[in-house]
Ligand binder design. Structure first.
Ligand code: GLN
Length: 544
């Protein structure tokens, strides 16, 4: 039976609980254990799919088509274990299921309550499909003491009793703030947070203390004493230069040992951290640098493009270069803004990422035009590919009114709504006026690549599978017109109806993809499209 590690947060949010969970999982994996990481989100949305990127950052999509919290991206990047729908649950989904059961009469007249019905649902979710694992790490979103996280805290308290001795360890992440005026680190907020947790019946086994300054031995002892944990289980966590240094830091501070010893397991199992050291070394000692512009809509909040940012870093790791990312607001390229051309001309490559809605689309189209005309490497992802097709239609295929039906009725809907498609031999459908949540083409779909194309060379394969998240598609009826304008449809859905990839053979690197390759890139296994794109940027940097 799997062992469970429950990770809670205290004092404030945004301390890096997800990164800590991902790093701990990576360290346990390097010791030979089989792990899976899960996330409980206490909010009432059924999933983050309909939330604004400004509220929630990126929506991370799994192979099985779930729209999940961006922490699942960290989990997958660090552990290499593909996340699944069953790895992320929200209070909204739990209540939705319970209320549906209640309406069906499944509770046979019982009063439906938070305890036991909601807590039982949480426990079932945590344990589901875990038999073949050594460790399940479950991160609880929010901060201990939040009203909405109480049922989760109660459920994990119960689980410790249900599963018996040695099966559950609680790790609590807190903040040890530095008070500049006093020149001191303060442990009181940590003491209070642990007191909150114990008032709910949970005694943490390991405390991870985020600090901006090294934690003096005396303070470490004080936390251990007041919070009732061994001193070796008080783990200081200073800010790291790169997120990929974090597993190494946590190992150096003894996190994996503290967790194993809390389970009563052997702490001397060998582990090989060479792949993490190699990544850390390449990031710290790049042999060059490139500057890549990302022309998008949510550029004020880098979390909105979390996986994209990481995939570009991975492309840098593959090429041993530092990737400087310049986030550019697409709207600045609308009209005749003299600063716009200047901003673009200093870039070694241009990327237009995924996005929704009309705002900024003309700016994105202008950026595509610049990249095409100036032969600057261009990468269009999802909406970015759609903008590349509209640009091609308007400026190389003579379809002046080309647009997307996402932006309103269009005379030339080069991008349109497809209402039916196939997946694994089954029909899937969406309606123009359907619900917004969970009704897109979501998750992994195969594509067949054209022989002799640049994309086939990049993937070194004719068949690929990538993750999707979009409602609109490049309209196959415009294929011939667009190809006359120089765009080649180099990847298609297996039935030949949905364009998956376009490229321009008359350009050094111009590729648009309907899917999100950034979701599958890993630091130790950079996605080939990002490795190739960064290599193209490097080539370009030597020209300018
Ligand atoms: N808005 C576009 C669509 O729904 C693209 C989506 C995306 O970039 N993820 O098709």
């Amino acid at each position: 039976m799997a062992r469970f590690i429950f990770i809670t947060g205290g004092v404030v949010s945004s301390l890096g609980k997800g990164l800590m969970a991902a790093s701990l999982a990576a360290l346990l994996q390097e010791r030979g254990f089989k792990v899976r990481i899960r996330k409980f989100d206490p909010y009432l949305n059924v999933d983050p799919g309909t939330m604004s990127p400004y509220q929630h950052g990126e929506v991370y999509v799994t192979d099985d088509g779930a729209e999940t919290d961006l922490d699942l991206g960290h989990y997958e990047r660090f552990s290499g274990v593909p996340s699944r729908r069953s790895d992320n649950i929200t209070s909204g989904r739990i209540y939705q299921n319970i209320i549906a059961k209640e309406r069906r009469g499944d509770y046979l007249g019982a009063t439906v309550q938070v305890i036991p019905h909601v807590t039982d649902a949480i426990k079932t979710f945590a344990r589901d499909d875990t038999d073949d694992l050594d460790f399940v790490l479950c991160e609880i979103g929010g901060t201990v003491g939040d009203i909405e996280s109480l049922p989760f805290i109660e459920a994990i308290r119960q689980l410790k009793n249900d599963l018996g001795r040695g099966k559950v360890v609680f790790v609590h992440l807190t903040l040890v703030p530095y008070i500049a005026a006093a020149g001191e680190l303060k442990t009181k907020p940590t003491q209070h947070s642990v007191r909150d947790l114990t008032s709910f019946g949970i005694q943490p086994d390991v405390l991870v203390c985020r600090t901006e300054h090294p934690l003096p031995d005396g303070e470490r002892s004080k936390i251990a004493l007041f919070c009732n944990v061994p001193k070796e289980a008080v783990i200081p966590a200073l800010d790291a230069k790169s997120i990929y240094d974090v597993p190494l830091h946590y190992h150096a501070e003894g996190l994996d040992k503290a967790v194993l010893s809390a389970f009563g397991l052997n702490i001397e199992t060998p582990l090989d951290l060479n792949r993490w050291k190699e990544i850390s070394n390449r990031l710290a000692n790049p042999e060059g640098e490139v500057t890549i512009g990302v022309v998008g809509k949510y550029v004020g909040l880098p979390d909105a493009y979390k996986s994209l940012h990481e995939a570009l870093v991975h492309g840098g790791i593959a090429n041993r270069v530092k990737v400087n990312i310049v986030w550019l607001d697409a709207e600045m390229f609308e009209g005749n803004n003299p600063e716009a051309a200047e901003a673009l001309s200093s870039l070694h490559a241009i990327l237009v990422p995924g996005g929704f809605g009309e705002r900024g689309s003309e700016g994105k189209i202008a950026a595509v035009k610049f990249a095409r005309e100036h032969k600057v490497p261009f990468f269009g992802i999802c909406l970015g590919m759609q903008m590349a097709c509209i640009e091609g239609a308007r400026n190389t295929a003579g379809l002046k009114n080309a647009s997307s039906s996402e932006f309103g009725p269009s005379e030339e809907p080069v991008i349109g709504l497809i209402t039916e498609w196939e997946r694994d031999g089954e029909r899937e459908e969406r309606a123009a006026d359907g619900d917004l949540g969970g009704t897109m083409r979501l998750g992994a779909y195969p594509a067949v690549l054209k022989a002799g194309s640049q994309i086939t060379e990049i993937y070194n394969s004719r068949e690929i599978t990538e993750r999707h998240r979009h409602r609109y598609e490049v309209n196959i009826h415009y294929k011939e017109a667009l190809e006359k304008g120089g765009l080649v449809f180099s990847g298609m859905s297996p039935d030949g109806l949905l364009p998956e990839i376009v490229e321009r053979p008359d350009h050094p690197w111009f590729i648009g993809v309907q899917f999100h390759p950034e979701l599958k890139s890993k630091p130790f296994d950079p996605h080939p499209l990002f490795s190739s794109f960064v290599a193209a940027a490097l080539k370009q940097s030597r020209l300018v």
